[in-house]
Design a protein around this ligand. Structure first.
Ligand SMILES: [Zn+2]
Length: 332
């Protein structure tokens, strides 16, 4: 059929992957402590550039990982978060010098990395994860989630938040610490994003009413309930991420039907040919190891649910939300 519309070209679309675990050894070919293939880190970055990913915010999930994330961010001109994930929050208590020393160490890293490319742009990943309390009991998680909120206030940084099966406690702590209104602006905070949102509609509405942005990735688009939530996100509060190497979209997810409408030119960029880990070929994506190049696929699925905006409008809206919240004014 004749089509007057030019084919969509990826160079028109620009993204910041706000949640990417680039410190994960799988991007160096190492899985569960074993070397399985050549380090293809630079090819992962190359594929992301080709797919329109202009920058990334590398997730820091612990004190050690935050340092690594900042190092990578500096090496590649990206950004990073500094904080401790709820499943690692037992590290606070085990730390030499105790929890206060751990928090001080996070604080010191923030102080030293507030300027220039490679800087820290958020406190996190922090929050609560009651699906994985075997790593840290809820009481431990709550204590150290609360203490990290003080860093956001002190440095006026946005939060990069994680909440799993813990919504009530999660919002209670945020409210008690002054983050219940306008993302905590009155107490020195600077908003933030609840990343990898997989919760219910009423939870979504509450988080948005508190002034938080919502981060969507492949895990946020698995079920039809997930899709209904994605449809309800205020576009002014939407952000995009991959959570790579996690949260790949698969053929079994509700998102699949919407990905089927992606043009082949964009599909080639967002989902380049992949092979199974055992059949690794340098230059190909490893099946199941998600990469930042797939972020456009996440955007596509959301746009298919939101006919009120074009794909380009949605992508630009998210770009502006991201640049504003994280203060990425040096991105062009
Ligand atoms: Zn998370």
């Amino acid at each position: 059929m004749a089509n007057s519309v030019l084919p969509l070209q990826a160079k028109n679309f620009r993204f910041v992957d706000i949640g990417v675990n680039l410190t994960d050894p799988v991007f160096r070919g190492k899985y569960h402590g074993k070397n399985k293939h050549t380090d293809d880190f630079n090819l992962v970055l190359e594929r992301s550039r080709v797919a329109g990913v202009k920058s990334m915010i590398i997730t820091g999930g612990s004190l050690h990982e935050s340092r690594e994330a900042l190092k990578l961010a500096k090496d590649h001109g990206f950004y990073a978060t500094v904080g401790c994930h709820p499943t690692r929050s037992a590290e606070f208590d085990k730390f030499k010098g105790g929890p206060e020393a751990y928090l001080n160490a996070l604080d010191d890293i923030l102080k030293d990395n507030m300027k220039g490319r490679g800087r820290a742009v958020a406190v996190g990943e922090c929050g609560l994860d009651y699906d994985r309390t075997h790593f840290a009991a809820p009481e431990v998680q709550k204590k150290h989630f609360r203490s990290q909120l003080s860093l956001a206030k002190k440095h006026h940084l946005p939060l990069f938040l994680h909440s799993r099966a813990a919504h009530e406690d999660f919002v209670s702590i945020l409210r008690e610490e002054g983050f219940g209104v306008d993302g905590g602006k009155q107490v020195g905070g600077n908003g933030g994003v609840v990343h990898s949102f997989t919760g219910r509609l009423d939870e979504l509405v509450e988080l948005m009413s508190m002034g938080f942005h919502i981060g969507v990735n492949g895990c946020s688009l698995k079920t039809t309930d997930n899709l209904s939530c994605a449809q309800a996100i205020n576009l002014d509060l939407l952000m995009l991420e991959t959570d790579a190497p996690w949260c790949s979209m698969t053929g079994a997810h509700a998102s699949k039907a919407h990905l089927n409408t992606l043009s082949s030119s964009l599909n080639d960029l967002y989902f380049p040919p992949s092979v199974k880990l055992e059949k690794f070929v340098l230059g190909k994506v490893v099946k199941g190891r998600n990469e930042p190049c797939s972020i456009g696929g996440v955007a596509w699925v959301i746009q298919q649910l939101r006919p009120e905006v074009t794909y380009e409008e949605l992508v630009e809206k998210v770009w502006n939300n991201t640049v504003t919240v994280f203060g990425l004014d040096d991105l062009d």
